[in-house]
Design a protein. Structure first.
Length: 227
């Protein structure tokens, strides 16, 4: 029997020192520009935040916040969501878009919460991402905002800004998350995610950003490369 050949693991390169310095400068400027940045989804506890985050996919937080007050009154626990009639739940969240898929994700995730976690939202990335319908972005939102566990949320705003700043060459959210986690210390991850999102809504929009007046314009390569 041939001995197993151990595969060589590729060493992870440390970020360029100049890039690390610029990343911290960006973080400092954004902290001054958006000192009150926070999670815009209105919630009371981890379960409500989990559900609201699922609903926020390809939907504005403002629209989700219009839907969730009545939704959470009707379904106050994970068990009530798990046992919800599909058509009734779909009707309740219809205005958030993609309501059939979202209703299925909510029901299945809550079934897992009831069956595996005693009705309580788990507190680890591993356990959260094992819930059906829950990915790393949703898990990081819940961990950071409900449990105070550092996590780097990567949504469309964070991904877009990270590429424009030269913090990552990737489009894949997981790779972007990994690159940002190497650039910034854990204690900055949650707040920085909120500030990136607010900045993306205010200045760094798709497809064309508002570079004039942008607080980090001097630290960004995008204007030089595109205008």
């Amino acid at each position: 029997m041939k001995p197993r050949v151990q595969k060589k693991t590729r060493a992870v390169r440390a970020p360029n020192p100049k890039l690390l310095l610029r990343a911290q400068e960006v973080a400092e400027v954004l902290a001054k520009a958006y000192p009150q940045a926070h999670c815009a989804l209105i919630h009371d506890g981890p379960l409500q935040l989990l559900v609201a985050t699922i609903l926020s996919a390809q939907c504005t937080d403002a629209r989700v916040n219009l839907v969730t007050p009545d939704l959470f009154k009707k379904y106050p626990t994970a068990q009530s969501f798990a046992l919800a009639e599909p058509l009734e739940l779909e009707q309740a969240i219809q205005s958030t878009g993609f309501f059939r898929n979202k209703a299925r994700s909510i029901r299945e995730a809550c079934r897992d919460i009831v069956a595996c976690h005693g009705g309580q939202v788990p507190r680890t990335m591993e356990a959260l991402t094992k819930l059906r319908g829950v990915g790393r972005k949703t898990a990081n939102v819940v961990l950071g905002n409900a449990f105070g566990v550092p996590g780097m949320v990567v949504d469309t705003h964070v991904g877009r800004i990270s590429v424009r700043l030269g913090f990552t060459p990737h489009q894949d959210p997981i790779k972007v998350e990994q690159d940002l986690m190497r650039l910034f210390p854990p204690q900055q991850w949650v707040a920085l995610g909120h500030r990136f999102i607010q900045h993306g809504r205010t200045y760094c929009k798709a497809p064309k950003p508002k570079c004039v007046g942008c607080p980090i314009e001097k630290l960004c390569h995008y204007p030089k490369n595109n205008f």
